[in-house]
Design a protein around this ligand. Structure first.
Ligand code: HEM
Length: 405
């Protein structure tokens, strides 16, 4: 690699296409790297990432001091957003604990497992339409990886399916806002999308209050913890989080995963011959091509990580995807090995913010991958280079052209 640590720049096309050599160099040469344009510390070693995620009192979601003197970055027409509380993903205890336990009540393993037949039905119908419209060629992202998780989370929440394209648009704009490497216009647009989504959910909540249904939205309205219900603002931010998380991440586990399998024919063959390896394969794909590449915390006090002093309030970026390829934890980390037994990857995070939707992703992704492999016994990559989204937090493909006979 012909770049120096000072030149590290995650906005470059080369990084977006293949960030792993960059992570490796950072981990080997400067595992606690100060990235000046962000003013934050980028951690690439498994032990550091794991330590930060596990200690929610030292490393918090909110900066330790309220930055009241900083004017709101939002334009006047977006100020309403300040009224909507943060979702649990951006909160610390005790608010995080209260919100998470309320949502967990509505998002039980039984609710998730009961979705199995419906998910299979959705996948069957997307595969059917991919086969019928195509001439042996289709875009796996458009036809299968995008629609399946979107339909599942929409049905689960109780969002009308006719609005699917609208909320897919909001979701795509909002996740761009999670990526601090995006230009200010994109971040502003993400804030606008947040507001539009909030307005949409506030109307839907009104309807559900009058007319309860058998869906997550109605459950969030009625569920209580120690006599306290969620406020309307909390329901809005929770629905927004679930909708966005439910859309973008599983889609990319499916897309990144199927691409990685096709690029590793020995592993694909093994999986076709041994369906019982599927759960291990899913964990390995989460490790190898992590859909969520990084997350962030703030240091609650001055401390040392490795030989670096991290100031109070400094941003700490935990590169999950780099930790997932740390050779001190994973043997031959650059190899895709669907039979890997020891696989303590941090693809779903760790600690109190560990992914709430992990059981749903672990249900959906194997169903999709199994049914795609069965439906297309000779699936190949189509022509053209894979186009990655420019988002450096959520790694995923814009399109994945595939062919079959
Ligand atoms: C392959 C799919 C998925 C991946 C890789 C993934 C990854 C993650 C990660 C890394 C975090 C922790 C972030 C942090 O520590 O800052 C997280 C949190 C979360 N995820 Fe997922 N996720 C996936 C699917 C889903 C789905 C399907 C849902 C819901 C429908 C979901 C809902 C959430 C929620 C609500 C949180 C916040 C939990 C908290 O703050 O306590 N995720 N996810």
């Amino acid at each position: 690699m012909n770049w120096t640590l000072e030149q590290f720049d995650p906005t470059q096309r080369e990084f977006i296409e293949d960030p792993y050599p960059y992570y490796r160099k950072l981990r080997e040469e400067d595992p606690v790297h100060y990235y000046a344009p962000f003013g934050s510390w980028w951690l690439t070693r498994y032990k550091d990432v794991s330590m930060v995620l596990s200690d929610h009192t030292l490393f918090m979601k909110q900066p330790p001091t309220q930055l009241d003197e900083v004017p709101s970055p939002l334009q006047p027409d977006l100020q309403d957003l300040n009224e909507i509380p943060e979702s649990m993903l951006f909160l610390d205890p005790p608010d995080h604990t209260r919100l998470r336990s309320l949502v967990t009540k509505a998002f039980t393993p039984r609710v998730v497992e009961n979705l199995r037949p419906r998910i299979e039905e959705i996948v069957r119908s997307t595969i059917h339409s991919a086969k019928s419209i195509s001439n042996g060629k289709f875009d796996l992202m458009t036809e299968i990886a995008f629609p399946v998780p979107a339909i599942v989370i929409a049905e689960m929440l109780g969002v009308p399916i006719e609005d699917r394209d609208t909320f897919k648009g909001w979701s795509a704009r909002i996740i761009k806002g999670l990526d601090g490497t995006q230009p200010p216009g994109v971040l502003m647009d993400a804030a606008k999308a947040d507001l539009e989504l909030a307005n949409y959910f506030s109307k839907l909540i009104e309807q559900r209050r009058r007319n309860k249904q058998n869906d997550l939205l109605s459950a969030l309205i009625t569920t209580e913890e120690e006599g306290r219900k969620l406020t309307v603002g909390e329901i809005i931010s929770t629905c927004g989080l679930l909708l966005v998380a439910g859309h973008e991440t599983t889609t990319n586990l499916i897309g990144n995963g199927i691409r990685a399998l096709i690029l590793h024919p020995d592993q694909l063959k093994l999986l076709r011959e041994h369906q019982e390896f599927m759960p291990m394969a899913i964990e390995e794909l989460l490790r190898f091509e992590s859909p969520v590449q990084r997350t962030a915390r703030f240091a609650s006090k001055e401390m040392k990580i490795g030989d670096k002093t991290i100031g109070k309030g400094a941003g700490v970026i935990t590169l999950l995807a780099a930790a997932n390829r740390d050779p001190s934890v994973f043997a031959n980390p650059e190899n895709l090995d669907i039979t890997r037994k020891e696989n303590p990857h941090v693809g779903f995070g760790k600690g109190i913010h560990y992914c709430l939707g992990a059981p749903l992703a672990r249900l959906e992704a194997p169903i999709v991958i199994r049914m795609v492999l069965e439906a297309f016994p000779d699936l190949k990559l189509g022509e053209g280079k894979a186009q990655w989204n420019s988002n450096t937090v959520i790694r995923g493909l814009k399109s994945l052209p595939v062919e079959f006979n």
